[in-house]
Design a protein around this ligand. Structure first.
Ligand code: MN
Length: 386
């Protein structure tokens, strides 16, 4: 029986993780849960899964929980760290959104918890520090991302030194057939309509700018130690092939499945075993056509920024991530337009003085500073426009 703490249990990945726990009550026991501010749903989850302890980020909502729940209740980032390091937990599912996930992941690893990682910003911003800590503590880092789960499965039993290249597939997002002019007038609703995946709002916007795919390049680099020149992107609108690995002998192994996050979530929880899933079976004849084409770096510059940030390394990926987090939030709050997202990321990357081998604290400081600066620039621009 595996004892799990789920960070971000009220979000898209968190609730799907709990659905899997519900399907296999003899295999998994929930010991910790956290939410940003959704106290109503967290209370329901407490009643059903009876965790030992929970945390809510929003301190103003802690009373909602204290008055009604039977378990220990924590709040703020200290609360997140508490749930990430609970002595009862064997593994942590990190489905937090944004760089807020870095610290709890780091602390969980230091406490020798295995990690099922859906929070990609952790590896994007702090990949070096996190991977080093994981190696030191002999902790397993299982990806909860369809592409990285695919790569992991393709590499099972293989020698990483015999890999020629990795190809990460990309649905292309909702704007894959747009012109540059159409991109200028994209609305929040347009950007939130992902063609194949049903996800939370931050990652859905990241998927529409292809920043998400850029993050996945950096994630793949850290998880599998592959050079950026050997990581390729291919647009594949049907999201059936989740990624491919080519070996030196030019043999290619791919992993396929319907676009359903429960498949990679379940695998991250059951590896090396495979449990019988209730999900729909893939029938390729019904899919009919699988298309592939080159990504357009000109239309979606975030892809190129990710390669650049990844290759230059140091604090640059953290800068890219921090600027993106604020830009996406501001876009969702109608403060900036769609194409301002890549523009602001570029601007923040250009004005940054790179720290080559940053400590985790330096990364966290850069993250905070760049977020503040990006916010200020957005506010200043708003004033100028009005
Ligand atoms: Mn993905």
């Amino acid at each position: 029986m595996k004892h799990l703490s789920i960070l971000g249990s009220t979000g898209s990945i968190g609730t799907q993780t709990l659905e899997i726990v519900r399907q296999f009550p003899d295999e998994f026991k929930v010991v910790g849960l956290t939410t940003n501010k959704n106290s109503d749903l967290l209370l329901k989850q407490i009643k059903e899964f009876k965790p030992k302890a929970v945390a809510i980020m929003d301190k103003s909502k802690v009373d909602d929980l204290l008055n009604f729940s039977s378990c220990q209740v924590y709040s703020g980032i200290e609360g997140l760290n508490k749930i990430a390091t609970l002595s009862e937990a064997d593994a942590i599912v990190n489905s937090l959104v944004g760089s807020i996930g870095i610290e709890p992941t780091h602390n969980a690893i230091k406490n020798k918890k295995n990690i099922a990682l859906a929070n990609k910003e952790t590896l994007v911003a702090a990949g070096s520090a996190i991977m080093e800590e994981a190696r030191k503590n002999k902790v397993n880092l299982m990806p909860i991302d369809s592409e990285h789960s695919a790569i992991f499965q393709c590499l099972n039993g293989e020698n990483i030194k015999e890999v020629n290249k990795i190809t990460i597939t990309c649905s292309g997002g909702p704007f894959k057939n747009y012109t540059k002019q159409q991109l200028e007038n994209v609305t929040i609703q347009d950007a939130l309509k992902h063609p194949t995946w049903d996800m939370g709002s931050k990652i859905t916007i990241d998927s529409s700018t292809l920043m998400n795919k850029g993050f996945e390049i950096i994630e793949a680099h850290w998880l599998y130690g592959i050079n950026y020149d050997n990581i390729k992107i291919v647009i594949h609108p049907q999201s059936i092939i989740h990624s491919l690995v080519e070996f030196h002998d030019k043999s290619v192994i791919a992993q396929l499945g319907l676009p359903d996050m429960k498949i990679p979530i379940q695998y991250a929880l059951t590896y090396p075993k495979r449990f019988l899933s209730m999900q729909t079976s893939l029938d390729l004849a019904k899919i009919k056509n699988l298309e592939f084409r080159e990504p357009d770096f000109d239309m979606f510059p975030c892809l190129g920024y990710a390669y650049e940030a990844g290759k230059l390394g140091g604090t640059l990926p953290a800068v890219m991530n921090a600027a993106n987090e604020i830009a996406v939030n501001s876009f969702l709050g109608s403060k900036i337009r769609f194409l301002d997202i890549p523009r602001l990321i570029r601007k923040m990357m250009e004005r940054h003085s790179l720290i080559k081998n940053p400590t985790l604290n330096e990364i966290l400081e850069v993250d905070k500073k760049v977020k503040e600066e990006t916010k200020n620039i957005i506010e200043e621009e708003l004033v100028v426009r009005n």
